[in-house]
Design a protein around this ligand. Structure first.
Ligand SMILES: Nc1ncnc2c1ncn2[C@@H]1O[C@H](COP(=O)(O)OP(=O)(O)O)[C@@H](O)[C@H]1O
Ligand SMILES: [Mg+2]
Length: 230
């Protein structure tokens, strides 16, 4: 469904992504791993249309979306949860979820299924986003993205700074979205263990390039660890 073809991305004179190619299929999880600063977030922002690519193309459901803005890509079915969550701290949980409906047809309401996935959000509907724990904020950020009913969900380090029990919950939800609902998932992670448990395909980036890629079981663990350890 998503086909990133040999994209380059520069910040001023510095080349940040170099010929990066990557795919995501419906019902599958593609995971991008790599040390800090290799360009993982830049790659996701390029897919979302938040950065302009200098070469290559981004194909979505057979169409070249390289020139579309972020709002158009969202309407085309791509959901994005940025690194650091970026929920609205002064809005309530309910209001945060409602912000996802801006692009939806008039009269749409918050998808009640998100409360089955993240029951804690139902309990805290009237609480301000900023008063939630880090893990709850991450769940809110994912739930908000799901309210727009994407077919592809992009997640940038959803486990960053979160307690192990909530990481497990988030992992279960990601697996459910892919396996049971047929959603495509593009996940950026720092933690190999978490990625290996979820991913159908892994791509490891080094300095703006994909250095190693394949199904989790087929990758040379020794090489993986060498590319990921600091
Ligand atoms: N808006 C920006 N302007 C200039 N340089 C940036 C910008 N965003 C990221 N970079 C640089 O691009 C490189 C990749 O960053 P990033 O994509 O955030 O990496 P990662 O998510 O893998 O940690 C880093 O060297 C970073 O400093
Ligand atoms: Mg990042």
């Amino acid at each position: 469904m998503l086909d990133v073809r040999a994209i380059d991305l520069s910040y001023g004179a510095s080349l940040c992504l170099r010929g990066v190619s990557l795919g995501v299929e419906a019902g599958r999880v593609t995971c991008v791993l790599g040390r800090n600063g290799v360009g993982k977030s830049s790659l996701l922002r390029a897919v979302m249309g938040l950065e302009r690519i200098g070469a290559g193309s981004i194909m979505w459901e057979g169409r070249d979306i390289s020139r579309l803005g972020p709002a158009e890509r969202a309407r085309a079915g791509i959901g994005y949860v940025p690194q650091g969550r970026e929920i609205f701290p002064f809005l309530t949980v309910q209001e945060n979820l409602e912000t996802a409906l801006a692009a939806a047809p008039r009269g749409s309401s918050v998808d009640q299924e998100v409360f089955d996935l993240f029951p804690v959000l139902r309990d805290f509907l009237r609480r301000r986003g900023g008063d939630l724990s880090g893990g709850q904020q991450q769940q809110l950020a994912i739930a908000r993205a799901l309210c727009a009913r994407p077919r592809l969900l992009i997640l940038d380090e959803p486990t960053e700074g979160i307690q192990p029990n909530v990481i497990k919950d988030i992992g279960r939800v990601i697996a459910h979205l892919a396996k049971d609902r047929g959603m495509g998932v593009l996940l950026v992670e720092q933690y190999y263990e978490f990625a290996r448990g979820l991913a159908d395909h892994i791509a490891i980036m080094v300095r703006g390039e994909v250095a190693l890629a394949g199904a989790p079981g087929t990758l040379d663990e020794e090489a993986v660890r060498r590319l990921l350890t600091v």
